[in-house]
Every structure is written in structure tokens, then in C-alpha cells.
Design a binder for this molecule. Structure first.
Ligand SMILES: NC(=O)c1ccc[n+]([C@@H]2O[C@H](COP(=O)([O-])OP(=O)(O)OC[C@H]3O[C@@H](n4cnc5c(N)ncnc54)[C@H](O)[C@@H]3O)[C@@H](O)[C@H]2O)c1
Ligand SMILES: [Zn+2]
Length: 354
């Protein structure tokens, strides 16, 4: 088992990564929360695969375990599902001494985390990520969220879990496309701050456990410094500005990871054209993304993407924080005006013909 300590200003907790950890879920939940009752929250794809083992371990550890299973997909991060989950907690008379356990991908994690943050002003929760994306990103760092009909992640809270238990065996059943999407975030960490990880990924000589640990360690370091996204944590948005625009234009036909891959390739191309990155690094990033089976280009045009960017993104006092690569393993954040953003977008789309 590998362990990463997250020392955020608001909470200190472990991320445990390893094969077969699900069997030890019950004792781990008891140890970190002290709870005697828990609500296991999961999705309809994940629960039939791992719900039984999770409940068995929780109950064997003496916990009274209830469960709530919701449909798979982004639609579950809604006010309606949130209301449903709150009703179940009040119906079962859950108190602040009880806890929640999220078993699933980022959708389950975000919903459970937000519910934990707000039910009776906060109950402890444990993340059990079962997608690569949630293992390296969503389950760590305490960002929780729900979507509103108008836009994603519009309601949320920073609320850290008491533990993240990542059983790497669960990744075996993940559909290939979801695994590839998670790899986009892994490649993001490499470009962002770890040239060695980039080389390791390029040569393909790694174990999933090792890669997850490296990514989580980097995220933990960033969260410790900037828990609430006011400075360094913004670096984690590499590839996400253009990526989100492609994601909303595609009406979610592309996965989040696929859009991040496109966004990352675009910002690298733009950085070369605007004199911030060398062409060889840009080529290497695109090559790694393509090797991972990820797209690097989009058919959407500049006008439609720019319009979406203006609608989607908050311009803080007229500026938006754009993460720009300077080399593999080194990025910086630039505050850009809408006009400057248009130039970056144009440069990112230059030579974009598929
Ligand atoms: N809180 C954060 O910091 C943060 C960071 C990144 C993303 N997110 C959020 O995470 C969500 C995306 O998360 P995701 O990519 O994990 O998607 P997801 O939770 O929708 O899971 C992807 C699909 O895989 C299935 N699945 C999950 N684990 C499985 C397994 N082990 N075997 C078989 N099928 C499995 C799910 O049922 C689903 O259909 C988005 O809502 C995004 O906003 C949050
Ligand atoms: Zn992302």
C-alpha cells in the first residue's frame, strides 16, 4: 500500500492507494471517523460490482451500513438527487456522529462530498474512487459540487474527506474510454510539474499504483498551499479553459478527459506560436496524448469556442487565469483579458485542421 498525507489548512488526512484495499474499508472508516453508522453512496454501474464487498467490510467492522444507489452519469450531480439523499439521511435519522462513504467516480464523489459538507452543517465522509480520474483528481482536495441546469459545478463547497481509499483493483472493470480519459489528467500532472513522470509515461514503464501516487502527491502539495483555489491550485486547470469550451460545445458527447486532452494540445500549440514554449515540447505532448488514445484537435471554430468561453468563464476583474506551459514540467498562470484570450484561442486553433 502507498500512502500520501494531505495536509490542507482545514484538515489532515491520508490517501491510501493499493490493490485489494476495499476489503479493509470497514476498519478504515471506523478508524478515521469513529462512526458507528454510515451511508454508502454509489452508482448503478459501480454498486453491483463493488457494493457487496464494501457493505460486507463495513458491517464486519461493526458499522450499521445503509446504502443509496443513483443512476450513472453527470445528471446525478443535481439538486434533485441531493434532495433525495438528504431525505434518506433524515429518514434514517443520521446524526453528525455518522458518516458517508462515496464508492464510485467523480460524480458519486462530488455528490457525496457536497451532501456531507451540508447535512447538519457537516458530517465526515470517505472517498473510495473507482475511476482513474477520481483517483488522481476528484477524490482528493475537497472540492465538492452539484450542477445547475444552466452550468456545471455551480453549487459547491470546499470540504475535505476524512480518508481516500483507492483500491486499484477496481480500475480493472473501468471501460477503456474512461481509463483513457483519466490518463488525460495524469498527462496534465506531468506537463504541469513533473518531467520525470512525463518520460515515464512516454516509455510506458510504470504501474498504475505508482502513477496514481505521483499525481496524488502533486495534488496534495498544491492543495496544502492553496486549498481554496486562489493561487497555485489554478495550475490544475491546465488544458481546462479551452477544454471546457470544447466540452460544452460537444454537448458532453466527448468525455471530460478527451476535452482536457484537446485543450492541453491547443494551449501548447498556442504557447509555441506566442513564443512561450519550444516546438519540440509541444510535439512531445501531442505525441503522448495520441499514444494514450486521446484526441488533440477539434472541429469547432474560433467564433463558437470564443462565445462559449465568454459565457462559461468568470472574468475576475476583467481577467481570466490561463495556464500556459513553458516547458514539459513547468507551467505558469497568466491573467488575460478577453481580447488576449481570443489571441490565445486563435493561436491554439492555428494549424488545427483535422
Ligand atoms: N471534485 C473535484 O476536484 C473534481 C475534479 C475533477 C472532476 N470532477 C468531477 O468528476 C466527474 C467526472 O468523474 P469521472 O470521470 O470519475 O466520471 P463518472 O463518475 O461519471 O464515472 C464514469 C463512468 O464510469 C463508471 N464507473 C466508475 N467506476 C467504474 C468501475 N470501477 N468499473 C466500471 N465502471 C465504472 C460510472 O458508472 C460512469 O458511467 C465530473 O462531474 C467532474 O465535474 C471533480
Ligand atoms: Zn479535469
Amino acid at each position: 500500500m502507498r500512502t500520501v498525507q494531505v495536509q490542507a489548512p482545514s484538515a489532515d488526512y491520508e490517501v491510501r492507494i493499493g490493490a485489494g484495499l476495499l476489503a479493509g474499508l470497514g476498519p478504515a472508516v471506523r478508524e478515521v471517523t469513529g462512526a458507528r453508522r454510515c451511508m454508502l453512496v454509489s452508482g448503478e454501474n459501480v454498486f453491483p460490482l463493488y457494493g457487496g464487498a464494501a457493505l460486507e467490510s463495513l458491517r464486519a467492522a461493526g458499522l450499521q451500513a445503509e446504502f443509496a444507489v443513483f443512476p450513472a452519469g453527470e445528471g446525478t450531480k443535481s439538486l434533485a438527487t441531493y434532495g433525495d439523499l438528504l431525505e434518506r439521511l433524515t429518514g434514517a435519522r443520521f446524526t453528525r456522529g455518522d458518516c458517508l462513504v462515496a464508492l464510485g467516480g467523480g460524480v458519486t464523489g462530488d455528490l457525496t462530498g457536497f451532501t456531507a459538507a451540508t447535512y447538519q452543517r457537516g458530517v465526515p465522509y470517505v472517498q473510495v474512487p473507482t475511476t482513474l480520474l477520481s483517483a488522481v483528481d476528484a477524490s482528493v482536495g475537497g472540492k465538492t459540487a452539484l450542477n445547475l441546469p444552466a452550468a456545471k459545478n455551480q453549487v459547491g463547497a470546499f470540504y475535505q474527506p476524512s480518508l481516500v481509499l483507492c483500491d486499484t483493483d477496481t480500475l480493472a472493470t473501468l471501460p477503456d474510454r474512461e481509463l483513457r480519459s483519466g490518463m488525460a489528467e495524469v498527462i496534465k500532472y506531468a506537463v504541469l510539474g513533473d518531467a520525470d513522470l512525463f518520460d515515464t509515461l512516454m516509455c510506458g514503464c510504470y504501474s498504475m499504483e505508482e502513477v496514481i501516487e505521483i499525481c496524488v502527491r502533486m495534488k496534495a502539495g498544491i492543495v496544502a498551499e492553496d486549498e481554496t483555489d486562489r493561487g497555485r491550485r489554478r495550475l490544475l486547470n491546465l488544458g481546462h479553459t479551452f477544454g471546457h469550451a470544447v466540452e460544452s460545445k460537444s454537448a458532453y458527447r466527448l468525455t471530460h478527459g478527451e476535452c482536457v486532452a484537446i485543450g492541453m494540445a491547443m494551449i501548447c500549440r498556442a504557447a509555441v506560436r506566442l513564443g512561450r514554449l519550444d516546438a519540440a515540447s509541444e510535439k512531445a505532448v501531442s505525441e503522448l496524448l495520441e499514444r494514450a488514445g486521446l484526441p488533440t484537435r477539434t472541429d469547432f471554430g474560433q467564433e463558437e469556442l470564443f462565445e462559449t468561453l465568454l459565457l462559461d468563464k468568470k472574468f475576475d476583474s476583467g481577467k481570466l487565469h490561463l495556464v500556459v506551459p513553458r516547458a514539459v514540467g513547468w507551467c505558469e498562470t497568466l491573467a488575460v483579458t478577453p481580447e488576449e484570450l481570443r489571441r490565445w484561442l486563435e493561436a491554439g486553433l492555428d494549424g488545427n485542421e483535422v
